[in-house]
Design a protein around this ligand. Structure first.
Ligand code: A3P
Length: 293
């Protein structure tokens, strides 16, 4: 909760935590008034659920699988090409950008453009099993300088369970977004289904966006959005951003890209506790998660 917040870099704002220096509360409040075009696409994720992956897929779909069109931009990160709507200074560019405008966000539904609720634009929500999210987020906290480096895994586990991280409680994020699924043009997709069958996931996304690509073009989108290939490109590893933002010596952004890494990190007791909270929070939730392969 807000009162429990130990991390002085996170600023409570209307039931959500923002990162000081990265987000500005007044800016965030302006998002709800943005005008939306039918061609706008917002990718919504709880952090570490495959945001960069969907940025890559959207860019490739737009380029009809032509990877040279993307490699031209190797001086930019995927986040420069498909920016966060909540980050300071990105809103102005959104207003004047040519269509189609692709944006990502970790925000809760309540902050988003109201026009989305009139079924303007499209939203893709990616959900990832929260045990793997927790582990991925632990490593990201070590990598990202704007987030406090965790004391150790146990300490971070507690923080995540309390929601004392950017993104808040994972359970609240997915449940509130899901509860608004009928207000918007929204596609729910899971990280795990993308891992297990990227081809069919890309086809679903393409269909949802109303894109018409040949089989060959779709195959190219798939090929250039695999973990193996994305790991090799600077855009997906934020190699362009300076050590002020990412401690590049600590690791790479494209870390492991698997299902079930939590098993290498959770203790038996932590796993039992997590399961208990999960059952309680998610018992009426209709989507299921894959924990393991
Ligand atoms: P891990 O830390 O578990 O490896 P986000 O972009 O939302 O921050 O999510 C980052 C997570 O997605 C990282 O997870 C990263 O490796 C994983 N990821 C990114 N691209 C991926 C891909 N093409 N295939 C599988 N996982 C991918």
């Amino acid at each position: 909760t807000e009162a429990d917040s130990q991390n002085n870099e996170l600023v409570p704002h209307k039931g959500f935590l923002l990162i000081k220096g990265t987000h500005d509360p007044d800016d965030v409040d302006q998002i709800s008034n943005l005008e939306i075009r039918d061609s706008d696409v917002f990718v919504v994720t709880y952090p570490k659920s495959g945001t960069i992956w969907m940025q890559q897929i959207l860019l490739l779909l737009e380029a009809k699988g032509d990877v040279t069109a993307i490699n031209k931009f190797s001086n930019y990160s995927n986040a420069d090409l498909v920016p966060w709507i909540e980050v300071i200074g990105t809103r102005e560019a959104f207003i004047t950008a040519p269509s189609p405008r692709f944006r990502v966000t970790h925000l809760l539904h309540q902050f988003m453009p109201l026009a989305l609720r009139q079924k303007k634009g499209k939203v893709i929500y990616i959900a990832r099993n929260p045990k793997d999210v927790l582990v991925s987020y632990f490593y990201f906290h070590k990598l990202a300088t704007m987030l406090e480096t965790p004391k150790d895994f146990d300490d971070f586990f507690e923080k995540f369970m309390r929601g004392d991280v950017f993104g808040g409680r994972w359970f609240d994020h997915i449940k509130t977004w899901y509860s608004h699924k009928d207000d918007m043009n929204i596609l729910f997709i899971t990280y795990e289904e993308m891992i297990q069958n990227l081809q069919s996931a890309v086809e679903r996304i393409s269909l949802f966006l109303g894109k018409e690509l040949t089989d060959e073009q779709l195959a190219s989108v798939v090929e250039h959005s695999t973990f193996k290939n994305m790991r090799k490109i600077p855009q997906a590893n934020y190699e362009q951003v300076s050590d002020d933002l990412l401690n590049h010596h600590v690791g790479t952004f494209m870390r492991k890209g698997t299902i079930g890494d939590w098993k290498n990190h959770f203790t038996v007791a932590q796993n039992e506790r997590f399961d208990e909270v999960f059952q309680k929070e998610m018992k009426d939730f209709p989507l299921s998660f894959i924990w393991d392969i």
